[in-house]
Ligand binder design. Structure first.
Ligand SMILES: Cc1ncc(COP(=O)(O)O)c(C=O)c1O
Length: 423
């Protein structure tokens, strides 16, 4: 079990008030807050070690390089990678997914080859493949969801063929919360020789991740959704498939040697990390990973289940006639995400109203527009939990929603300026 009271002490921002109320932060699927240990590690780097890495013989550069390189080993241990060399620093999950689509897809796909996606995909795991399909002549095939918000695995088995080269799939949906059976997908895809690219943005922070056990080929995830700083993410790939990826951002530090007519690429992972990296970001991220390892991701998982189960139960008991829940009704099938709509009330109005109670949720299409259209919505409200959230906070959220639904007639006339940039 998590010691939530102690954990909350590590997060300075949780002392904030919003609209005169204690902040209740339920927008963790967008980004999580950062514990003081992560903030301190970043500040300490700039105060004591600041220097460029892999470029200097002087002491500061050597110390910075050591700290920076250690971060790769910390991440490798967290996901049970075969080696730290399989851990590629990228900007975020989006960047990592683009790296596979452009660096692997563009050079390996041929006209008529097939890429399999699902209707659940976040735009970050859909758009890169669509563009690369256009450029290579490959075809996209989509797998649907079942009525209870799971991936339609039977359909996946049907659409996979000898022409399938890639199955690119969210490992946990950022809207439905659905945790995908990655092993099952790998088995289906590998039976025809296709690779599996996992969008781990909502999975790695919430579900214990063992890349060897999953048998997957690539996973991309973001540091900022798991207590780390923004601007840092990871693309993990198994060495044999990574060797097949062409560096698509090149320049300083990506090579061993260059002459006017030849290039000798650097070893993994450096050939993919072009220019001065986000040194402080990687060090801060390693601190976040150490924090999660101390807490135990299996405990994060239990905590997610507890809060999600409680929310779904309260929705059923007290708000059933007003609320439509998206995704599986069994909390054990989800991460800590509950997306919903209040009937006859725009999702942005619900989110803005919750904000007046100090409750931060996300509203909109959550960068998964095709999924919302598939479900017959333009958007939804999303409450997403993490390690510092409490049952008491969920209770306040439910009470606020009960007030909001009674004021529906007045609120539905209220115009809320849409400040989301189309996502
Ligand atoms: C499932 C999923 N994939 C990809 C992303 C993109 O993450 P980032 O914006 O950090 O690149 C997100 C972000 O919300 C996500 O939820």
């Amino acid at each position: 079990m998590l010691n939530v009271v102690a954990i909350r002490e590590d997060f300075p921002i949780l002392k904030r008030e919003v609209n005169g109320r204690p902040l209740i932060y339920f927008d963790n699927a967008a980004t999580t807050h950062k514990p003081i240990q992560v903030i301190d590690a970043i500040v300490r780097f700039y105060k004591e070690f600041n220097s460029n890495v892999h470029r200097g013989m002087h002491t500061l550069s050597q110390e910075a390089s050591e700290l920076y390189e250690e971060a790769f080993s910390v991440v490798a241990k967290f996901i049970n990678a075969y080696s730290w060399e399989e851990v590629i620093e990228v900007k975020n999950a989006t960047d990592g997914l683009n790296m596979v689509a452009w660096g692997w897809g563009l050079f390996n796909l041929r006209p008529g080859d097939e890429i399999i996606l699902t209707v659940v995909e976040h735009h970050s795991n859909m758009l890169p493949w669509r563009i690369v399909a256009e450029k290579t002549g490959a075809k996209i095939k989509y797998v649907d969801i079942t009525d209870d918000g799971d991936i339609n695995y039977d359909q996946l088995e049907e659409v996979v063929s000898e022409r399938t080269r890639v199955v690119a799939i969210t490992m946990a949906s950022n809207v439905l919360g659905t945790i995908v059976d990655v092993k099952r997908i790998c088995k289906i895809a590998h039976s025809v020789g296709a690779i599996v690219v996992g969008d781990g943005a909502q999975y790695v922070p919430h579900v214990p991740t063992d890349v060897r056990d999953l048998g997957i080929d690539f996973i991309a995830f973001s540091g900022h959704k798991m207590l780390g700083p923004t601007g840092i993410g990871i693309l993990w790939g198994r060495r044999d498939v990574l060797e097949d990826v062409k560096p698509f951002r090149v320049g300083g530090d990506t090579i061993k040697d260059v002459t006017l007519d030849s290039i000798e690429w650097h070893d993994l992972p450096w050939r993919f990390i072009a220019g001065t990296p986000h040194i402080a970001g990687m060090i801060g991220f390693a601190e976040a990973v150490k924090y999660l390892m101390r807490v135990g991701v299996e405990n994060v998982r239990q905590h997610d289940i507890e809060l999600t189960e409680y929310t779904l139960k309260k929705f059923e008991e007290e708000l059933k006639e007003y609320i439509v829940v998206l995704g599986p009704l069994d909390a054990k099938k989800r991460t800590g995400i509950v997306s919903f709509n209040v009937q006859n009330l725009h999702h942005h109005v619900v989110a803005k109203s919750l904000d007046s109670f100090g409750i931060a949720v996300r509203s909109g299409g959550h960068c998964a527009h095709p999924l919302h259209y598939r479900l017959g919505f333009k958007g939804s409200v999303r409450a997403s939990y993490y390690i510092y959230n409490t049952v008491e906070e969920v209770e306040t959220f439910i009470s606020a929603l009960k007030i909001i639904v009674t004021l529906r007639d007045i609120l539905s006339r209220q115009l809320v300026e849409d400040r989301c940039t189309g996502t």
